[in-house]
Design a protein around this ligand. Structure first.
Ligand code: 5GP
Length: 127
């Protein structure tokens, strides 16, 4: 079920539990600002989620309320994960779903990184 991205942060969301180590995840990268792990239901050969360590519901919340240091640290972490996985030369895609129309299901900001294969059209075609 897509979430309402205007709701307050819920400390019981699944990615908060992953960040606290209460639920296992396949870690790819971690630094002071971000944690990256494999998506449980990959949509490409490589499908990684990168989340900020701070309590932000969505890209909207993060871009409005996070500090410059948090934003800088998170953006650099997303780039670092792509480099670590060798995705820059073949290319990759990153995506952050926001709210109902975006299809966001987990109310903690996450950037998807897709790669390891040609990724096809940017978005589902209009019917
Ligand atoms: P959204 O639709 O919110 O942008 O994407 C949520 C993503 O989180 C989905 O791709 C889904 O497969 C992934 N996901 C949901 N629950 C878990 C989980 O418990 N562990 C991991 N690793 N990924 C999850």
């Amino acid at each position: 079920m897509p979430i309402d991205a205007t709701q307050p942060y819920d400390d019981n969301n699944i990615f908060a539990k992953i960040l606290r180590g209460e639920i296992p995840s396949n870690k790819v990268y971690e630094d002071d600002w971000a944690y990256a792990f494999e998506d449980i239901n990959p949509q490409a050969e490589i499908h990684i989620l990168v989340v900020p360590k701070g309590r932000y519901v969505s890209w909207d919340d993060f871009s409005a309320a996070a500090s410059d240091a948090e934003i800088g640290g998170f953006v650099r972490a997303v780039g670092e994960v792509a480099r670590m996985k060798g995705l820059v030369e073949p290319g990759y895609r990153m995506m952050a779903n926001v709210g109902a129309h975006g299809g966001q299901e987990v109310p903690h900001l996450h950037v998807h990184i897709f790669g390891g294969q040609p990724l096809g059209p940017m978005i589902a075609r209009r019917g």
